[in-house]
Design a protein around this ligand. Structure first.
Ligand SMILES: Cc1cc2nc3c(=O)[nH]c(=O)nc-3n(C[C@H](O)[C@H](O)[C@H](O)COP(=O)(O)O)c2cc1C
Length: 787
């Protein structure tokens, strides 16, 4: 028998589960592996059978405050297709081993596919692309069903309620929906979300015209005359009468529609669908028919080999364990009636969310690598990602350093390089000026995961600089926390905390001129102010600028890095962010993934950022369950391998090695004296990396600088090949002769043609190591950086 104990007899929900409710469903994947399946409205899902999603942004859509249970994967996908804000995929647990709530809705596609031990199948959304509204593509007036609509680009609406929402591929189709809508309320306009930020059902039919609201990637169309019915006249008076919002129960933040209402409408419709199905017991009423364009499923082992490696098993297991509790509360809610009751409860207190743009990323649930000048260059970011960082911030780059940089793709490793000629480079007539790489991106491995941090004190410069990289990153972050004089003397970094008007203006400009057109998020990283009141008032202003995320470094500006982070303002800051729909990321003395998860729970923040712990050993992003911290040698080897592959500046690599190598190790101490990559590989005995080291030293012009002995031919061969050559005739039989096979080197030969955005014949193909490092010029390097 269940009973309540102590004084808490009010907040306890108890119920005994009906054991039959936990009967597992058929565990076989209901669709062909790797096929594309469309929802009723045409949302394509990519099916991945027998895998699970870890770190993919578990969330509850508006209108739901618990994980839904569905009898079929189809129902789970249907929930996703109608969810607000946007659902980007599902994991469906067929056998209920992870708990009764078996339909895991995801609002992010950043995470890891993990081998599944719970009979889970995955469906990832392939969002169709929709153009932004422009006066060229969209006429100012559209006639539909004898009704005329005036169209305005980049406008939202407040003071109106949604009658319903549906998916529409364009504004014309959306207007058609309104013009032909035949329900109890009149449709007087539409809000069309060109970014799907708030859901795939992106065409919101409005019951009032309301008033103009914050611009983002949306289109507003207002009914101005109606000739479809002889008795009807101009709608303008009716429209204006209803703009006071008195009939509206709008609570949602989103510019315009009351998404909570939409969510309710969608979920009610879905509830009816669900209820009907349960009563009829027809599980096989298939709405998701495999598309004709399905290609035959490739051999599963091939598909799986292409999937990302497993990093976050424990996180998923934790989540599963939490769900597996089959709590009395969730069992209490399993009837459709109670589902709907909760939906309406939720609707009344709908949580606002600043929409996450289509090419952006939600910081919620993420454990991320901090921006670090020097320590956050590409190889460091890549190994952080390898060890499980969900997102990575690049090092602060000053606006003027990146403005005017040339973007090009390095054909040897496919990284994107932003290069420029330093102002103090060689001026002699017979020498071409030397280029310097300001910023380097790995578009494949950093896709959707890289945040570019900008140092700026000017809205105009910030916008110009951000536009240079906006097409290649998932977000732009403004550094408003660096306390060093090089930053603050120019009005940047922590100086912006003292000039909130300027900071607000920078963020608003970036949101409007970069975030919206490039569909990426804008965020800010700040420090604590002297008092909670001051911090609160600043954060309140910042979260109203349209940013999607705010990182709080829990130290005040005068505090040194070694001083313990102060966390007593954290919950308050998180609440201010939450109320505005902005993700809050905590920073300061976070040292591991497991600790980060605990802190996020304790302070109710959305994400956590790690700096110095990751600088020393970025395997801190691995949870204990995944093996935890690796020995420094393993991490250094991974780092050197990436540094060679991406042709990282040797000076920067050496700096990082100094931070990573434990001082007492003899080989490590020698490695610190290295003058090129070959030196590093020799002293640390990374023999298999030597051939690639030889190549990269040539490319960077370092081959003559080495301090270790002359390179022997032996060292230019991978050790495995060398061993095979010396000991095993089968190597020769396999065609491995006396020369090195090209593909065995991490670095491919030959500079090859370099694609650049501007054709400058005089630019040398290969960026050369220069004494002047512009990214350092951007934010000068010093020991004990306290940014
Ligand atoms: C080497 C180094 C470089 C840094 N560079 C930046 C930077 O470019 N931008 C920034 O906002 N913070 C920078 N920081 C600050 C960190 O991002 C972070 O806020 C700070 O180190 C506190 O986190 P922690 O306690 O995990 O180290 C840097 C910190 C270090 C150690």
């Amino acid at each position: 028998m269940l009973s309540t104990t102590g004084s808490d007899n009010v907040n306890v929900n108890s119920a005994i589960a009906n054991a039959t409710q936990m009967t597992p469903y058929n565990t076989a994947c209901p669709y062909q592996n790797n096929s594309i399946i469309e929802s009723e409205e045409g949302l394509p899902f990519h099916i991945i059978c027998g895998w699970d999603l870890a770190g993919y942004g578990d969330y509850f859509p508006w209108g739901l405050d618990y994980r839904p249970h569905t009898e079929t994967m189809e129902e789970c996908m249907e929930l996703c297709a109608h969810a607000h804000p946007l659902c980007l995929g599902v994991g469906w647990n067929s056998d209920l081993t992870a708990g009764y709530g078996n339909c895991y809705l995801k609002n992010s596609q950043v995470g890891n596919l993990v081998a599944d031990s719970y009979h889970t199948h995955v469906a990832l959304v392939n969002l169709p692309s929709i153009d932004a509204c422009s006066s060229i593509t969209v006429p100012q007036q559209i006639l539909s069903n004898d009704k005329t609509f005036n169209v305005t680009c980049f406008e939202g609406r407040s003071g109106s309620s949604n009658i319903t929402s549906v998916y529409s591929a364009n504004i014309t189709g959306c207007i058609d929906e309104c013009a032909t809508y035949n329900g109890p309320e009149s449709c007087l306009g539409v809000f069309y979300d060109n970014s799907f930020a708030d859901g795939f059902d992106n065409c919101y039919l409005l019951n009032a015209t309301g008033s103009a609201n914050a611009p983002f990637n949306s289109t507003y169309a207002e009914l101005v005359s109606d000739n479809s019915n002889p008795t009807s006249t101009s709608t303008s008076s009716a429209s204006s009468n209803s703009t006071d919002g008195s009939s509206s129960s709008s609570k949602a933040w989103i510019a315009g529609p009351v998404v909570g209402v939409v969510a309710a409408v969608a979920f009610v419709a879905l509830g009816v669908f669900w209820w009907r199905k349960r009563r009829s017991g027809q599980q096989q009423d298939v709405k998701f028919a495999p598309l004709a364009r399905n290609s035959p499923p490739p051999d599963k082992s091939v598909v799986l080999a292409e999937l990302p490696q497993q990093h976050n098993v424990s996180e998923m297991e934790d989540l599963n364990k939490r769900q597996a509790g089959y709590t009395t509360e969730s069992s209490h809610k399993t009837s459709p009636y109670n589902d709907m009751l909760n939906i309406f409860r939720r609707m009344m207190s709908s949580i606002p969310r600043v929409p996450i743009p289509a090419n952006g990323v939600d910081y919620r649930g993420k454990i991320v690598l901090a921006p670090m000048v020097r320590s956050g260059e590409l190889p460091s970011r890549l190994i952080a990602l390898k060890y499980g960082a969900d997102l990575v911030w690049g090092p602060e780059t000053i606006d003027r350093a990146i403005m005017g940089a040339v973007r090009r793709v390095n054909p040897r490793n496919n990284t994107i390089e932003f290069t420029r000629i330093p102002s103090n480079s060689s001026k002699s007539a017979d020498q071409l000026p030397k280029e310097s790489v300001i910023y380097r991106i790995d578009p494949e491995n950093e896709k959707g995961k890289l945040i570019f941090q900008i140092g700026t004190a000017s809205p105009e410069f910030a916008v110009q600089a951000a536009k240079v990289v906006a097409g290649d990153v998932a977000g732009i972050d403004v550094n408003s926390g660096c306390p060093k004089p090089f930053s603050t003397s120019g009005g940047m970094g922590a100086a912006l905390l003292r000039t909130p008007d300027k900071l607000v203006s920078i963020l608003e400009s970036l949101v409007r001129e970069v975030g919206t057109p490039y569909k990426i998020g804008i965020s800010v990283k700040i420090r604590l102010l002297e008092t909670p009141e001051l911090t609160k008032s600043l954060v309140t202003r910042l979260v109203a600028t349209g940013i999607t995320g705010l990182t709080i470094h829990c130290r005040t500006t005068p505090m040194r890095p070694r001083e313990r982070a102060i966390r007593d303002q954290l919950s308050m800051i998180a609440e201010v962010c939450r109320n505005a729909g902005v993700a809050c990321v905590m920073n300061g003395d976070v040292t591991s993934r497991d600790q980060a998860l605990e802190l996020m729970k304790e302070y109710n923040v959305d994400g956590a950022m790690i700096a110095t712990a990751a600088e020393a050993n970025s395997s801190c992003f691995r949870s204990e369950a995944d093996g935890g911290l690796l020995p420094w040698r393993d991490v250094v080897k991974d780092y050197v391998k990436e540094a060679i592959r991406v042709e990282n500046k040797f000076g920067n690599t050496k700096y990082l090695l100094n931070m990573m190598i434990k001082a007492k190790d003899k080989a490590g101490a020698q490695a610190k004296q290295s003058k090129n990559y070959v030196d590093v590989c020799r002293t640390l005995e990374f023999d298999d990396l030597l051939p690639a080291a030889v190549e990269v030293d040539k490319i960077l012009g370092l081959e003559m600088k080495g301090v270790t002995s002359k390179i022997t031919e032996k060292e230019t061969k991978p050790s495995a090949v060398q061993n095979a050559m010396e000991n095993n005739e089968s190597a020769k039989a396999a065609g491995i002769s006396g020369h090195i096979k090209k593909q065995q080197s991490n670095v491919q030969h030959g500079p090859g043609p370099i694609r650049t955005t501007s054709a400058r014949a005089s630019v040398p193909n290969t960026p050369i190591e220069t004494d002047v490092d512009l990214s350092v010029l951007a934010a000068p390097q010093q020991s004990g950086v306290a940014v």
